[in-house]
Write a protein that binds this ligand. Structure first.
Ligand SMILES: [Zn+2]
Length: 224
């Protein structure tokens, strides 16, 4: 039988390894895309010239793009919202799933409605295979299209900008986040189920450790 780790090894993740997500990269015409990377908006370089944000989807109760369009600095166009012209970095923190374009020019309502129709969303995790999606990209020519959901998807017109969202630092940050989470989960489990106070020993063969309070096994035989 495989030896079980010590409690210390378990709590310190000695037997833990990170299963990385499979990042996908590709291109379509002039656009380079990346899918499933762990980048955030903070990793994205913003345009050097003035731009507006076209918010297509914002999946928060009572705060759809169209309602954002009533706020100062935004206008509603169909089901979407368009920001006034901005420059430099923008705070883009839409919390849950969102979908937007950064466009380096002034876009008219007619252009937006012609490209998108008055009510559409893309988030289906398959933008790269969706010919209508690429038609819209070709019409609006955004600096960046970004969808943040279970599988983040970004397409830009610069290969180096795309590649800046797929770096060892971003991967390491993701791994560290998972590592911190796993460590906290294991510490909580030990806190909840430990200690091994017996008085009988674990029921597993060849295990001489004491049982935890609520089971017939020692902590690690109960967990693993
Ligand atoms: Zn045991």
């Amino acid at each position: 039988m495989k030896p079980i780790p010590t409690i210390e090894e378990y709590l310190n993740l000695a037997n833990w390894c990170y299963q990385a997500k499979r990042v996908e990269l590709g291109y379509y015409g002039d656009f380079f895309w990346i899918k499933n990377s762990s980048f955030t908006v903070e990793d994205l370089d913003f345009p050097k010239q003035p731009y507006c944000i076209l918010l297509i989807l914002y999946d928060a109760v009572g705060f759809a793009p169209v309602s954002l369009g009533k706020e100062a600095g935004w206008r509603a166009v169909g089901d979407y919202a368009v920001s006034e012209q901005k420059s430099g970095r923008s705070e883009i923190n839409y919390g849950v799933d969102f979908e937007l374009m950064i466009i380096e020019r002034t876009v008219t309502d007619a252009e937006i409605l012609d490209a998108l129709g008055s009510n559409c969303t893309f988030i289906d995790d398959e933008q790269e295979d969706d010919s209508r999606f690429w038609q819209i990209m070709n019409k609006l020519q955004p600096y960046c299209y970004l969808s943040s959901s279970d599988k983040s998807f970004c397409t830009v017109k610069s290969k180096s900008l795309r590649d800046s969202l797929n770096t060892p630092e971003i991967f390491a940050r993701e791994e560290q986040t998972h590592r911190d989470y796993a460590r906290a989960e294991r510490a909580k489990a030990w806190n909840d189920l430990g200690p091994e106070c017996g008085t009988e020993i674990c029921v597993e063969p060849d295990c001489s450790r004491l049982r935890i309070k609520l089971a017939g096994r020692c902590f690690l035989h109960q967990m693993l």
